[in-house]
Design a protein around this ligand. Structure first.
Ligand code: FES
Length: 234
């Protein structure tokens, strides 16, 4: 089926390193221009609907303003908690000054950067190959494992508490950055130990590296609705 591109903006409206909100077939889309290429993903964070075009762009990652989830703008992959679902990455092409986008209705996650014949900076234009995308161990499995780790003080799992900041894989190794509700949390060592154990039970994981970070500090705003229900916070 032919892909139907819509004219959405011009390159002058999207300077290098910037974000732009557009609508394509009545759907909210966030545009980004990085290293001369243009990318388009859904403008709706899969965590709680935050507008990604308002987020902070860092390289090929956009950080949602609301609770800090990060997505790969090339593929729509959810890279960090609290988002666990990908957003759609859409087809982009640039003709002269004009940017066109076609909605990716299949919902399939592109295996590599969606094409943005976009940038004219002549010559080289290989999709960046510095970061491996498509890890062998699924984020869903890691998140499910971490959901079995309970903060004994609050009796809520560390994922719903919003303690897990980043989850990344390097081959069979898993790197996690997580925090505690307070730096002096007496259950901290136990939580970190149990997180390592839980991840290392996943088939295909050889090692879990769980790092404690205190920045940004945890706040109740990071909790999911499930955690709020359990704790009776509304
Ligand atoms: S809405 Fe985007 S991280 Fe929560």
């Amino acid at each position: 089926m032919a892909i139907e591109y819509r004219k959405v903006a011009t390159l002058s409206e999207l300077p290098e390193g910037s974000n732009l909100f557009v609508e394509v077939d009545d759907q909210p889309v966030a545009l980004f221009r990085v290293e001369g290429q243009v990318f388009a993903i859904d403008d709706v964070c899969t965590h709680d609907g935050g507008p990604l075009a308002d987020g902070k762009l860092c390289g090929f990652e956009i950080e949602c303003d609301r609770h800090g989830a990060r997505f790969d703008i090339r593929t729509g992959s959810a890279l960090t908690m609290p988002a666990v679902e990908n957003v759609r990455a859409h087809h982009v092409k640039v003709d002269g000054e004009t940017i066109y986008v076609a909605i990716n209705d299949t919902g399939d996650l592109p295996k590599e950067a969606p094409p943005s014949p976009a940038s004219k900076p002549a010559g080289e234009s290989k999709p960046a190959a510095e970061t491996p995308v498509g890890p062998p161990v699924g984020q869903d499995d890691i998140v499910a494992a971490l959901k079995t780790v309970i903060d004994p003080e609050l009796n809520v799992n560390v994922v719903d508490l919003g303690l897990v900041y980043t989850v990344q894989t390097r081959g069979s190794e898993v790197d996690v950055e997580m925090t505690l509700t307070t730096p002096a949390c007496p259950a901290g060592p136990e939580i970190l130990r149990n997180s390592v154990k839980a991840i290392e039970t996943i088939a295909g994981v050889s090692k879990a590296n769980v790092k404690l970070v205190m920045s940004p500090p945890w706040s109740p705003a990071r909790m999911t609705d499930d955690a709020r229900d359990i704790l009776g916070i509304f």
